[in-house]
Design a protein around this ligand. Structure first.
Ligand SMILES: Nc1nc2c(ncn2[C@@H]2O[C@H](COP(=O)(O)OP(=O)(O)OP(=O)(O)O)[C@@H](O)[C@H]2O)c(=O)[nH]1
Ligand SMILES: [Mg+2]
Length: 376
């Protein structure tokens, strides 16, 4: 399963309680207070790991918890601090804080959905109970972005554990030789968060299903995505590394096919576009032969419109077009027509049976994506 956005709940550990104790030893009358402090509660820490590629762990475990610190004890002993709870996340993880109120102590009402007779419900209600109804997109504009983890091994403390409480040694004074005061440990931070993965790649492939995006990725990079003659072969994003001899490399993201109306959840919707939001360059892959009965000019316009509907920033991004399936008969004619319509556009014609156009495309990707070399 591939999970790229999920709501989680995190509770850091509470601090341990301070202790009330008095020194009791032979020949030491009135030994004075000796209650130690409680230990610190554990933090909840997120750390990026290059070996993890999605947020599925949080799907199975959306409740993150760290342990409480141990209470202090007599003989001035501090309670042991709880260990931090570390959760691995993929590189490219964003964390947003959601509005949160601590849940009251009342027991939660029983979930009756397990006992509902589906036959008595409307279709819409059935879809909701079966979890098929698409959930409304979380409006990120209203949420506060608190972390953007883009480097391997980057850590972020999501919730801080509470400090330990004070033992009664802290309350002794000249007036109060036998203090019985102590403090409870502080509560650990708690909150609800929306965690989103936006893969980090230099360029992103955008196109209709079956346009040949995965085929292109397999030819320019080390990736081996699934390629098949049916739409929506690619269901989750893949990243391929393109080698640019002698020393450079760039990353290209292949995402599921996009279709007109994706913003209304047609096809796979357009939620997966989150993975190209960070790409510097967008590569539109068009079926230039119109092998599925569509016109390449229409395709491009519709794809660009979907991108704009998803995020208007995307339509301002630098873009090029790969004219694919040039080996098929009608492609040349359609390409000529396409060129007259888009005179200034950079177009790279390629076909599956020859390597024509691939080296030029790779070279150009490097020029567009890599920073310009510094003069000596
Ligand atoms: N004739 C011809 N067929 C191609 C070419 N490129 C890809 N195909 C075929 O088109 C079909 C779809 O290719 P994919 O690479 O899976 O397409 P995709 O865009 O990744 O499709 P989705 O993952 O479903 O969105 C496959 O049967 C490929 O063999 C090409 O240049 N010429
Ligand atoms: Mg594909």
């Amino acid at each position: 399963m591939f999970v790229d956005h999920i709501k989680i709940h995190a509770t850091a550990g509470h601090g341990g309680r301070g202790c009330v104790a008095f020194r009791r030893e032979k020949f030491v009358p009135r030994g004075g207070p000796s209650g130690g402090d409680g230990g610190r509660g554990g933090d909840i820490v997120l750390v990026t790991d290059a070996n993890i590629d999605n947020l599925v762990d949080f799907y199975y475990q959306p409740n993150l918890r760290a342990k409480a610190g141990e209470p202090g004890s007599g003989k001035n002993c501090y309670g042991r601090a709880a260990e931090d709870q570390i959760y691995k996340v993929p590189i490219g993880t964003l964390v947003y804080r959601m509005p949160f109120e601590r849940i009251s102590e009342e027991p939660a009402p029983r979930d009756t959905s397990a006992y509902v007779n589906l036959e008595t419900l409307t279709d819409e209600e059935v879809a909701t109970f079966q979890g098929k109804k698409s959930r409304p997109r979380v409006d990120l504009g209203e949420l506060e972005l608190i972390a953007d983890l883009t480097e391997p091994g980057q850590t972020f403390i999501l919730c801080k554990g509470g400090g330990g409480g004070k033992g009664n040694v802290h309350f002794k004074s000249s007036k109060n030789r036998v203090p019985t005061q102590f403090t409870d440990g502080e509560e650990g931070e708690e909150g609800e968060y929306y965690v989103e993965l936006r893969k980090i790649a230099d360029a992103g492939l955008v196109g209709y299903p079956n346009a040949g995006k995965s085929t292109l990725l397999s030819r320019i990079s080390n990736a081996h995505p699934r390629i098949a003659p049916y739409p929506f072969t690619t269901l989750t994003p893949h990243i391929g590394v393109v080698e640019l001899p002698p020393y450079d490399r760039i990353t290209v993201a292949d995402i599921p096919g996009l279709i007109e109306g994706a913003h209304t959840n047609v096809g796979l919707g357009h939620d997966f576009l989150r993975h190209i939001v960070r790409c510097k360059l967008l590569i539109f892959v068009l079926d230039m032969a119109g092998s599925e009965g569509r016109e390449p000019i229409d395709d491009l316009q519709k794809l660009r419109k979907e991108l704009d509907l998803y995020d208007p920033m995307l339509s301002e991004r630098q873009w090029i077009v790969v004219a694919n399936k040039m080996d098929l008969p009608e492609a040349e004619e359609k390409l000529a027509h396409f060129r007259t319509r888009y005179k200034k556009l950079e177009i790279f014609p390629i076909g599956s049976n020859t390597d024509d156009g691939i080296p030029q495309l790779i070279k150009r990707l490097g020029e567009l994506v890599l920073p310009a070399p510094k003069p000596f």
